[in-house]
Design a protein around this ligand. Structure first.
Ligand SMILES: NC(=O)C1=CN([C@@H]2O[C@H](COP(=O)(O)OP(=O)(O)OC[C@H]3O[C@@H](n4cnc5c(N)ncnc54)[C@H](OP(=O)(O)O)[C@@H]3O)[C@@H](O)[C@H]2O)C=CC1
Ligand SMILES: Nc1nc(=O)c2c([nH]1)NC[C@@H]1CN(c3ccc(C(=O)N[C@@H](CCC(=O)O)C(=O)O)cc3)C=[N+]21
Length: 286
C-alpha cells in the first residue's frame, strides 16, 4: 500500500443520515400528526456531559423531533431518578430515553439502566437489548457501535470473512461492536488490557476498531497495510484538542481507510441516537 489512506468522513455521513431521518419525521407529522420524542436525562454538572446533551438536544430539534433534556441536580437520589424514569416510561409521547453516563457515584448505574423500558432504550444498554444483540436478534443497538458499522460498511462493502480486531470490551462500545462484526461474518478478536502483545494481534487485522480511551495508543506500525481503521476514542489533551485512540498521523500512511477524530465516529453516534429514536417510535407506535 502506498500513499495516504482514504479518510472516512463521519461528519458528512452523519449530516446525510440526519437529513434522511428529518424527512421521515416530517412525513410522520404530515400523515399522522405525531412527533417522535427523545428525552435525555442528565444528573449533575459534568462539563463534557453538558456539552454532549446540548448537542443531542440541538440536533434532535433540527430534524423536527420533540427533544427534552431533564437536568437534575448532582445530589439527586437513586430513588428520585428511578421515579423520573417511571414517569418517562409511562408517557406514551416519549419514544426514546437516554440517561447520560457517567452518573454520580452514589447512584448504581446498572439499577438505573435496568429501569428503562427496553422499548425506549435508545442507548441499547438494557440487558434485554444487549441479550438480543448477543443472540444475533437486534433490538435497539447501541449508537456508537451502530455508527461505527455504518462508517465501516462505507469503506468496505463486504465484510464477510475479514479479520476484525476490537480493542476494548466495554458494555457501551467494545462488546456490542464485536457482536455486530460477528453478525457481518467477520472473524472477531476482542482485545483488552490483559491482551498479550497487542501490537501483533492488531497487525493481523483487516479491520481495527479502537475503543480504549488512551490517546494515540495504536501506532502506525501496528497496522496491516491497507487495513480499515475505525477510531472510536475521544480523548481531550491538556491543550484542549481532541484526539483518538489511534496515532492518526502515523496510521494514515499505512491504512487503506481511516476515521478522523474529531469528525469520525462522534457525529455518527448522535445521528444513530436519532435513528434509534425513530426505530423505537415505529416499534411502539407503528
Ligand atoms: N465516539 C463516540 O461517540 C464515543 C466515544 N467513546 C470513547 O471511546 C473510548 C472507549 O470508551 P469506553 O468503551 O466507554 O471505555 P471503557 O473505559 O469503558 O473501556 C475501555 C476498554 O479498553 C481496554 N483497555 C484499557 N487500556 C488498555 C490497554 N492499554 N490495552 C488494551 N486495552 C486497554 C479496557 O480493558 P479492561 O476491560 O481489561 O479494563 C476496556 O475494555 C473512550 O475514548 C471514550 O471517550 C465512548 C463512547 C462514545
Ligand atoms: N448514555 C450515554 N450514551 C452515550 O452515547 C454517551 C454517554 N452516555 N456518555 C458520553 C459518551 C461520549 N459520547 C459522544 C458523543 C458524540 C461525540 C461527538 O459528536 N464528538 C465530536 C466532537 C465534539 C467536540 O468537539 O467536543 C467529534 O468526534 O467530531 C463524542 C462523544 C457519547 N456518549
Amino acid at each position: 500500500m502506498t500513499g495516504d489512506a482514504r479518510i472516512i468522513d463521519g461528519k458528512a455521513t452523519a449530516a446525510a443520515l440526519r437529513a434522511e431521518i428529518g424527512r421521515e419525521v416530517a412525513a410522520i407529522k404530515a400523515t399522522r400528526g405525531l412527533t417522535p420524542g427523545l428525552h435525555v436525562v442528565l444528573v449533575g454538572e459534568d462539563p463534557a456531559s453538558k456539552v454532549y446533551v446540548a448537542s443531542k438536544e440541538r440536533l434532535a430539534v433540527e430534524i423536527g423531533m420533540n427533544s427534552v433534556a431533564h437536568r437534575l441536580p448532582a445530589e439527586t437520589t437513586e430513588a428520585q431518578l428511578l421515579a423520573k424514569l417511571a414517569e418517562l416510561n409511562a408517557d406514551d409521547s416519549v419514544d426514546g430515553i437516554l440517561v447520560q453516563l457517567p452518573l454520580p457515584k452514589h447512584i448504581d448505574t446498572g439499577r438505573i439502566i435496568d429501569a428503562i423500558d427496553p422499548a425506549k432504550d435508545v442507548d441499547g444498554l438494557h440487558p434485554i437489548n444487549a441479550g438480543l444483540l448477543a443472540g444475533g436478534k437486534n433490538g435497539l443497538v447501541p449508537c456508537t457501535p451502530l455508527g461505527s458499522m455504518l462508517l465501516l460498511k462505507q469503506a468496505l462493502p463486504s465484510l464477510s470473512g475479514l479479520d476484525a480486531v476490537v480493542i476494548g470490551r466495554s458494555e457501551l462500545v467494545g462488546r456490542p461492536v464485536a457482536q455486530l462484526l460477528l453478525q457481518a461474518d467477520c472473524t472477531v478478536t476482542i482485545a483488552h488490557s490483559r491482551t498479550r502483545d497487542l501490537a501483533a494481534v492488531v497487525k493481523r487485522a483487516d479491520i481495527v476498531i479502537a475503543a480504549v480511551g488512551r490517546p494515540r495508543m495504536v501506532k502506525g506500525d501496528w497496522i496491516k497495510p491497507g487495513a480499515t481503521v475505525i477510531d472510536v476514542g475521544i480523548n481531550r489533551l491538556p491543550d484542549g484538542k481532541l484526539t483518538g485512540d489511534v496515532d492518526f498521523a502515523e496510521a494514515v500512511k499505512v491504512a487503506g481507510a481511516i476515521t478522523p477524530v474529531p469528525g469520525g465516529v462522534g457525529p455518527m453516534t448522535i445521528a444513530c441516537l436519532l435513528k434509534n429514536t425513530l426505530t423505537a417510535f415505529h416499534a411502539r407506535r407503528g
